[in-house]
Design a protein around this ligand. Structure first.
Ligand SMILES: [Zn+2]
Length: 286
């Protein structure tokens, strides 16, 4: 799932490549992906792209006259920039990974795609970004928050730090992958309870958040420029590395179920060498 760094890189790429170009048309192939009907997609035609922004994990393509195409890429969504499209024929609604296509006046443009059968990509065409339900609820940006804001936000919600850090209403932008990396860098158990974290632990967690997200933005931006392929992450130390050695201490990275997914962590770095109990599994066994 694209998180803050990947969406930031996509917005940056669009700022370089698409801003200043005029839209030929916006085509909607997956009707269910577009959550709004007014303004109509035809309203975008003829308008220039004036900016591309990020709100948490949402991408916001801004057209002149204050019209916004706001997109949540969900688990398997991505943006593919095309220098040219194979034909001028409009997309046919229905099958295939393309949800929306934006054609620009120089023949280039971009597709918003979603792999797999579970279609969760959500796009909104709005004149006010706050009209998008997920955007209105977003907490402060995880990368832009200073320590006092970060600490106040985390302490505002009592719960396991993994869950609180990925709660978009607390802080926006961090998802399953980067929260694993941040907690590993901060040497914190994902199950630590937020209101028991010391000032020092919160300061370490804040620094780790800035470091991990900042580095990932840099890597993602570099990747964007080099190749406009699918989402590809590098430099992850624990996320999606179950069974592999922790690059910091050599212990084996472990996995435990969390919410509707799973998380990865290093016992030596994060939990005093003790593996976390998989609550879901033990419930099933009992
Ligand atoms: Zn380790």
């Amino acid at each position: 799932m694209p998180e803050l760094p990947e969406v930031e890189a996509l917005a940056g790429y669009l700022r370089q490549r698409a801003v200043g170009r005029r839209v030929d048309r916006l085509e909607v192939a997956a009707i269910s992906a577009l959550k709004t009907y007014d303004p109509a997609p035809t309203e975008v035609a003829g308008r220039a792209v004036v900016d591309a922004r990020r709100h948490g994990k949402f991408l916001d393509v801004v057209f002149e006259g204050d019209l916004h195409l706001v997109v949540h890429l969900a688990r398997a969504g991505w943006l593919h920039y095309r220098e040219a499209f194979p034909s001028g024929t409009p997309l046919r609604p229905g099958k295939g990974p393309i949800a929306l296509r934006v054609r620009l006046d120089d023949g280039s443009g971009f597709d918003l795609t979603e792999a797999g059968t579970q279609k969760k990509l959500a796009a909104y065409l709005v004149t006010d970004v706050a009209a998008v339900p997920g955007v209105a609820k977003l907490g402060p940006d995880a990368l832009a928050s200073d320590l006092p804001t970060f600490a106040e936000r985390l302490r505002s919600r009592r719960g396991q730090v993994k869950g609180v850090l990925t709660d978009q209403a607390v802080l926006s932008g961090v998802g399953n992958a980067y929260s694993d990396e941040i907690l590993h860098a901060a040497k914190l158990s994902p199950f630590a309870i937020t209101d028991r974290l010391t000032d020092e632990q919160l300061a370490t967690l804040h620094a780790a958040t800035r470091q991990i997200l900042g580095d990932a933005v840099e890597r993602s931006v570099g990747q964007r420029a080099a190749e406009l392929k699918g989402e590809k992450r590098s430099g992850l130390k624990v996320h999606a590395r179950t069974g592999l050695p922790c690059p910091v201490c050599g212990d084996t990275v472990r996995e435990v179920s969390f919410a509707d997914s799973s998380l990865q962590y290093c016992p030596t770095c994060q939990t005093g060498g003790k593996p976390l109990a998989d609550r879901r599994l033990s419930r099933l066994v009992r």
